[in-house]
Ligand binder design. Structure first.
Ligand SMILES: [Zn+2]
Length: 261
């Protein structure tokens, strides 16, 4: 039996066998881990109240070296990220957690992913920008960190006036380069509806001008301060994020937290 000490942020929790709490967390030292807090639901041990989603904790864990699941020995609260947070902002934090749970993070990336998520949660809490813009920036950083970046310029010529997302090349494309190909460009709805599996897309997604403008300026948020976020931008960027992940990991991904924004 070995003892482990790390910081961790809880992504999801549930009651386990009536008396215990089982939670998934992104830990600084070990990446995504599953932890059982035995008896903590019933006994009201002093840390029970801490075991809530998006609480940052000091964790003292133990486990059998052969086991995948850690046991909680002690916990100390460092920070809460969902406390009194407005609805839209909390959805963005849930969305980041939802994606993190689906990504198999090698332990080596643990500290970097952990730092990125903590920084993001702080920023969502304190920023005056629309939280979806913060989420998009977070996604771009996350993808870069994981070695699957999405360039925001045309993948063929570097032009920043992108009008399409190429589903086969996993990148954006400009008007001029699109004209040189025979690829059909279609608005999102028709592509999404005919979607039947991985990597079977033969068309590009047409970006609305608002989405193109948003992506062009996402690294300079002051430009977007008074720019109203459009529903089409949310729909298109969400689909691009999911399709990018599906194509690269060959499994389905979901972002249910953002269904209602
Ligand atoms: Zn181009």
């Amino acid at each position: 039996m070995s003892i482990y000490v790390t910081q961790g942020i809880i992504l999801k929790r549930k009651i386990y066998r009536e008396t215990s709490v089982l939670f998934h967390c992104l830990s600084e030292q070990f990446g995504n881990i599953t932890v059982i807090a035995a008896g903590s639901y019933k006994e009201k041990s002093h840390f029970t109240g801490f075991l809530e989603p998006f609480n940052l904790l000091n964790l003292e864990l133990y486990k059998n070296t052969k086991s995948e699941i850690y046991n909680l020995r002690n916990a100390g609260l460092i920070e809460t990220y969902l406390n009194h947070l407005e609805y839209q902002k909390s959805l963005m934090i849930y969305a980041a957690g939802e994606l993190m749970l689906q990504i198999d993070s090698p332990q080596d990336d643990g500290p970097d992913l952990f730092k990125l998520l903590i920084t993001y949660c702080h920023y969502v809490n304190s920023s005056e920008f629309h939280p979806y813009y913060i989420f998009l920036r977070y996604i771009l950083r996350l993808f870069t960190m994981m070695g699957i970046p999405i360039e925001q310029n045309c993948i063929q010529c570097g032009n920043e006036r992108i009008i399409n997302y190429d589903l086969n090349k996993n990148g954006f494309i400009c008007h001029r380069c699109l004209k040189k190909t025979n690829i059909k460009s279609e608005p999102l709805s028709s592509v999404a509806e005919s979607r039947s599996g991985y990597n079977e897309y033969e068309t590009n997604i047409e970006l609305s001008p608002e989405t193109s403008y948003t992506l062009r300026n996402i690294n300079n948020l002051n430009v977007l301060l008074d720019y109203p976020l459009q529903k089409s931008t949310i729909r298109e960027t969400k689909a691009i994020i999911l399709m990018h992940l599906v194509t690269l990991f060959h499994k389905q991904f979901h972002l249910n937290s953002l269904r209602d924004i």
